[in-house]
Design a protein around this ligand. Structure first.
Ligand SMILES: O=C(O)c1cc(C(=O)O)c2c(n1)C(=O)C(=O)c1cc(C(=O)O)[nH]c1-2
Length: 570
């Protein structure tokens, strides 16, 4: 298939390379935001309605939001690809996107003639593509200011759509709304001051004309918040701080962190949001913030209408390990807890601790905590010292367990599938003065091989299937050798589960047994993203799209940024 490859990299060619002041990443952003238009007439003109969004998870032809549906199941009802034929999956096209940047995102698929994909990547490039040909119809690059500070790369994890617009969070803690037919800017809203250390890296979510977005910057002593904007105008509807002032000691609330830097889950029946919440600030030195540090490292439920905080489930009280709990929450309705003779709507997540938690959607009470997904050592049992020279080894290290990586709930198998990081780290605790816009860690983490526990099994990652009702681990696949997984999972109604590794294997698993049914070799391009899938009646094919390229905190792997689309004819 011939694709105009130049169009795909055009957005990247607009960039000028700059160093961020923390010296961590090189940003390539133009001085002014740029739109390139190509065949914009090819994009069918119709509103993406609330009804379409609400039905996204059940519509095999769509993937209309980050998690596939508001419950964030990352599951498709498209059924052309099965356990029997998955080994015949073929590459439909392989597009270089040319940003040389973080590729952690997950595209959105709007069905139509033709079906359109909105695909974004760091630093704030977004494109509209004709999914049948791979042609870029427009592209847009946001002018990221050069003084943004980022803990973990210039990430962008995906767009959101609503009616005639497409939305993207921007690295300077903002949201930009574009005309989804032309790629032209409609509005921009800043949600916090990026010079103070705030940023934004996740995909926003829209319900009934309201866009929900959050805060990143937990490593810079910011104060985490969630906010709702009018999707039509960008005007603020409400703004809620994550951590309650009355439950923090003294001034420590001003650097409380507790950011929510991954996409919130919307519960259409209760009209509430379940939000992942990260570490308290500073990350390691807990002595300057006595107490449990509510509401950090856990799940927060808030009223979507008012922003009022309703309940909080904490996974690491008074955290000193950087145990963010960022992986998107999955809402599983009417989950049967046979051993308790109960049926509950349940919010499921895994934190960096390495456990999967099932909590009651109504009250936030813990129902089940799973078997561990990885090896655990010294967690919560060490007493951190801040006098120089004292340090401690703990496992999982600060990368998890499960970091930001989204999981999938397969309605067919009834299991949830989590990627987890199996590494030990050493933490050094030290006192640091807070300075606005500078890293505020209160210590450092080191990834030393001597720090590995005696019984370390040598595998950096595992991927596991858990029963969310019992917490039982049904299977676990230890990833071989020195490679690891740093992306999300996706499942299908035919019982398949897909995930990619950092040494470039894209794997189709039998969701029931964990057997590898098919592997695609990307030529060592790492996979740091989460796949999506859809069926296109125009071509009578099911597609799977996955972004390739480097990512985030680990910053390993080639910056070989591509979008690969696989297909299977009916
Ligand atoms: O506290 C925060 O605001 C925040 C933000 C981010 C981010 O925006 O990517 C990460 C983290 N924390 C973090 O703790 C972390 O481990 C992490 C890994 C990654 C990545 O992209 O691989 N981002 C982030």
């Amino acid at each position: 298939m011939s694709i105009d490859q130049d169009r795909a990299v055009q957005a990247a060619q607009d960039t000028v390379v700059r160093e961020t002041d923390n010296g961590y990443r090189v940003l390539g952003s133009p001085d002014e935001s740029v739109t390139h238009q190509h065949d914009t007439d090819r994009i069918p003109r119709f509103d993406v309605t609330q009804e379409m969004l609400s039905n996204s998870g059940q519509n095999p032809e769509a993937w209309l939001m980050y998690g596939g549906n508001y419950e964030q199941h990352r599951y498709t009802t498209a059924d052309v690809i099965t356990k029997d034929n998955v080994d015949q999956l073929e590459v439909e096209y392989d597009l270089r996107v040319g940003a040389g940047s973080s590729m952690e995102g997950s595209p959105v698929i709007v069905p139509g003639e033709p079906t359109i994909m909105y695909q974004s990547n760091g630093p704030n490039h977004i494109k509209a593509l004709d999914t049948t040909t791979g042609d870029v119809l427009w592209s847009y690059t946001y002018a990221v200011p050069s003084d943004v500070v980022l803990c973990c790369d210039d990430n962008n994890r995906g767009p959101a759509v609503y009616e005639d617009k497409v939305f993207m969070t921007t690295l300077d803690s903002g949201v930009v709304a574009l005309d989804r037919y032309t790629g032209e800017e409609v509005w921009y809203a800043s949600t916090a001051d990026h010079e103070r250390g705030y940023s934004a890296t996740w995909a926003p979510i829209v319900y009934d004309g309201t866009l929900f977005t959050g805060s990143a910057g937990g490593e810079y002593g910011v104060r985490g918040f969630h906010t709702a904007l009018d999707a039509e105008t960008g005007e603020e509807k409400w703004f809620t701080r994550t951590c309650p002032e009355e439950e923090w000691v003294g001034d420590s609330i001003n650097q409380a962190a507790g950011t929510n830097w991954m996409t919130a889950t919307y519960d259409e029946e209760r009209d509430v949001l379940y939000m992942p919440v990260g570490n308290p600030g500073p990350d390691f030195d807990g002595s300057v913030r006595p107490g449990p540090n509510r509401n950090t490292c856990g799940t927060m439920c808030i009223d979507a209408e008012t922003g009022e905080r309703l309940w909080f489930h904490q996974e690491s009280p008074h955290d000193v390990w950087d145990y963010d709990s960022a992986s998107p929450r999955m809402l599983i309705r009417d989950l049967e807890f046979d051993h308790r003779d109960e049926v509950r709507d349940t919010v499921v997540d895994a934190g960096k601790t390495g456990w999967v938690y099932s909590v009651d959607a109504e009250t936030g009470q813990l129902i089940t905590r799973s078997d561990p997904g990885v090896q655990q050592l010294n967690m919560f049992s060490m007493i951190p010292h801040i006098d120089d020279g004292r340090r401690g080894t703990f496992m999982p290290g600060g990368m998890g367990g499960c970091d930001w990586h989204p999981a999938t709930y397969c309605e067919e198998t009834g299991l949830v599938y989590y990627k987890m990081h199996n590494n030990a780290q050493e933490a050094w605790w030290r006192f640091e003065e807070f300075e606005e816009g500078r890293k505020y860690w209160g210590g450092i983490l080191e990834d030393e091989t001597e720090a590995m526990p005696d019984d370390y099994n040598g595998h950096i990652s595992s991927i596991s299937a858990f029963d969310p009702a019992t917490g039982k681990r049904m299977w676990r696949d230890w990833i071989d050798g020195d490679t690891y997984i740093w992306g999300g999972t996706m499942s299908t109604t035919t019982g398949l589960m897909f995930a990619g590794t950092q040494n470039g294997q894209f794997i189709a698993y039998d969701g029931e047994t964990g057997d590898h049914l098919w592997e695609f070799d990307t030529g060592e391009a790492p996979i740091s993203s989460s796949p999506v899938s859809w069926y296109d009646p125009n071509t009578e094919k099911q597609y799977i799209a996955v972004q390739l390229g480097g990512s985030g905190w680990l910053r390993r792997g080639k910056r070989d940024d591509r979008l690969v689309v696989f297909s299977m004819a009916e």
